[in-house]
Write a protein that binds this ligand. Sequence first.
Ligand SMILES: Cc1cc2nc3c(=O)[nH]c(=O)nc-3n(C[C@H](O)[C@H](O)[C@H](O)COP(=O)(O)O)c2cc1C
Length: 276
Amino acid sequence: MSNRAQEHFGERYGGEGAAPRFEQWNEVIEALLGHRSVRRYTQKPLPEGTLEVLVAAAQSAPSSSNLQLWSVLSVQDPERRRRLAELAGGQAHVRDCGLFLVWLADLRRLGDLAEHRGVGHEGLDYLEMFVMGVVDAALAAQNALVAAESLGLGTVYIGALRNHPEAVAAELGLPPQVFATFGLCVGWPDPATPASIKPRLSQEVVLHHERYGAFERSVGALEAYDRLMERFYANERMGVQGSWSRHSAARVESAQALRGRDRLRAALSSMGFGLR
Ligand SMILES: Cc1cc2nc3c(=O)[nH]c(=O)nc-3n(C[C@H](O)[C@H](O)[C@H](O)COP(=O)(O)O)c2cc1C
């Protein structure tokens, strides 16, 4: 029995809606429901062996057909960290965290393997294989994140590595058909700036039964979420302007709103992905 898991359930929905009647609350669920991204770290080193344990957790994730179409790259060099932080829009935590991992969708290894065996690899030129690599990388990374949090470490993903995919690839020496999907900062959370559980949309918005429900059924719940998030932004002093709906819609208002990522397909093409 974990009461904290039930508490986290409540916090996950901003205190609105009670946890369901459920007999099996446990520490794993407590850890999952208690997640929050951490962007301020202390300089305390990570325990010896942390990298290897996190990678083993990552490799324990399921993988499509066990093709294991991903790799992970650890960046510790301070100058390289600084350059990556700049490429990611000046995110200081990329520089300051204890461990910075870049999660790669890696079709190259299978291509090399096919060549080594003297067979073709036309299949790698299809969008399906790219999706497989990205999904595999994401599942692996999330396993590492959960393992890190179970140790009391803080984490935050860095999708902003996709702002400049070619420059990131050059910085990391990535061969063709290897794509830095996102980064992950890992480190000891700075107790001076604790992060809170960020509420999510209510389950009535995201959970469908049998057939997809029309948007109209969610409008009221979305408005309630906006009010909840306005309070959260104010309490956390996040300086977010406007409601969650407003800034989320603004993220897709135009190609420019993608902040450079609108040219991802062209970048991937130049990096050797066929995406047919
Ligand atoms: C793929 C991915 C990329 C992300 N990229 C960034 C990023 O570049 N910088 C950042 O500060 N947070 C990033 N985040 C963290 C999200 O902003 C965060 O997960 C979200 O606001 C929910 O907050 P929580 O993780 O604290 O629950 C990313 C999250 C994901 C899943």
